[in-house]
Design a protein around this ligand. Structure first.
Ligand code: IMP
Ligand code: MG
Length: 189
């Protein structure tokens, strides 16, 4: 686990409510680059499709795909979990689906965070039924303490404690996605 206890927040982009930086821009860049290198070796010579789960994945995916130095294709899905505020209801609905046949690809799902595990266990179930050559989940962040379903990503770049985090594509109430680091905000509910 990589944490930055009490790191002063140099730039909060005017949001004003970031408690602390959990993972810095530099730490993210280094870890994403390393993960890209691993994928470049593992999938060399194979037809590779990377599926990003919107919206949270978009910043991570932009850096992640550029760290992969072999040919790959990119596609997107979107899912919503209906329920109250920041608490996942477990009732996951696919709101944007793929337009391509994945049966001729090795598929990597690029996700921002695995929390309860509901979203990805549902998406993986759907995608497995479409018979990809292989299917693996790479997540930027993993919060194993919050899991309510039996789901383990194949690769977690950072494992974090049970905190609500924002930045680098992750939001609270659609805000904070543009922060370049992963920060921790206190949610009042
Ligand atoms: P799940 O609970 O694993 O299904 O995660 C559902 C979605 O909730 C994730 O893909 C994120 O978009 C969002 N989410 C979960 N935890 C956090 C967090 O700490 N910050 C921001 N979004 C989160
Ligand atoms: Mg997400």
């Amino acid at each position: 686990m990589i944490t930055k206890d009490n790191t002063p927040v140099a730039e909060d982009y005017g949001y004003g409510s970031i408690k602390r930086v959990l993972i810095t821009e530099e730490e993210i860049a280094q870890a994403v680059k390393k993960t890209g290198q691993l994928i470049s070796e593992e999938y060399a010579g194979k037809p590779l499709l990377i599926i990003g789960i919107l919206k949270g994945c978009y910043v991570f995916l932009a850096d992640f795909c550029r760290a992969i130095k072999i040919p790959c294709e990119i596609a997107f899905m979107a899912a919503e979990s209906y329920g109250q505020s920041s608490v996942s209801s477990g009732d996951v609905k696919i709101t944007l689906d793929l337009k391509c046949d994945i049966s001729k690809y090795h598929v990597i799902i690029a996700e921002d965070i695995v929390d309860t595990g509901n979203t990805l266990s549902k998406i993986c179930k759907i995608l497995k039924e479409r018979n990809p050559l292989s299917l693996k989940v790479y997540t930027l962040l993993n919060k194993p303490d919050r899991r309510t379903v039996d789901f383990t990503p194949d690769y977690s770049i950072f494992t974090i404690p049970d905190l609500f985090v924002v930045g680098y594509g992750l939001d609270y109430d659609q805000k904070y996605r543009n922060l370049p680091y992963i920060g921790f905000v206190e949610i009042e509910e």
